[in-house]
Design a protein around this ligand. Sequence first.
Ligand code: RAM
Length: 363
Amino acid sequence: MTLSRATRLTATTAAALALSVFAAACGESKDDNSSSGSSAAASTNSSSSAANPNAEIKKGIKVVQIPKQLGNPYEDIEDNGTKEAITSVGGTFTRKGPTDAGASTQVPIIQSTIQQKPDAIIIAGNDPDAVAPALKQAAQRGIKVVTQDSDVAKDARTLFINQASVQTIGADEVAMLSEQIGGKGDIAILSATANAPNQNSWIEVMKTELKKPEYSGMKLVKVAYGDDDDQKSFQETQGLLSAYPNLKGIISPTTVGISAAARYLSKSPKKGKVALTGLGTPNQMRKFVKDGTVTEFGLWNPADVGYLGGYATAALVSGQITGKEGEKFKAGKLGERTIGKDGEIILGPLTRFNKDNIDDFDF
Ligand code: RAM
């Protein structure tokens, strides 16, 4: 097990969170979290030029970040990491997002962003294909496109900042559940939206893992979708428990899903009888670990994903890297990083949280 650095939610983060929750409550897309370092106009550079590892980080780069949706604490923490990286290299960071994670909700936001001519767009995709034409248009205008957290079609972006390998994330979730239910029984998955590129890639790995002999006692009976909406995820949990009375465990590979499912389970007679694991933030899950609803779940440090994305984007805009496998760049406090296959940059392994370590984390 790898323990990552505990992160403090600062007052600024809390304020940003309150802002985005407010935006979500208003039911509208909006800009938030705007902050600037130097605002010197920066011209975009063409992706065809060769990498120059010694190029200086361009001052005053303009970066627009588009999360899956506003009002999701995970995405807020992640994007604050990006903001920290971009402002620390003297750039300007703006965040614009939809209020729900529907497949096409990001398209008009990308289109309006193109008009602002930033140096780069960093996006967590809600759908691999729906956003691709708009992102390609952005690239044609010289705007660098980077995905983080949730990838899009490979030809619609240059870099993908991945939390951990898809294989690790999917396999670890199955392993955690198997440990908790003794490798036996009906299980279900409570995912985000049906289109979500990241959740879908992990679910594919889970299905393959479940074919291994050591998991032959576990049967996947249903994949439900809570749409990364708290209420819908809560109701879907209720639905799973009543439709499958023999259910022994649920994997929810989304911070929104697992916290809603835990809230439902904690007040249900199935508490402690149906295991729940997946991906969650320690701060959202702490009380459910302490009250015995949840034994163990996993995640990475979302702020570090965003921070890595910010530095990678700055290196790309400055010409230090072009997106080819093997190129290296310096990612501030995360040290030197290398681009892998298909423009993918991986943060690190999954951290598991349980009653023994959850109080060591604050994010
Ligand atoms: C939710 C979102 C996000 C995912 C995490 C684990 O917050 O779906 O994309 O990475 O869960």
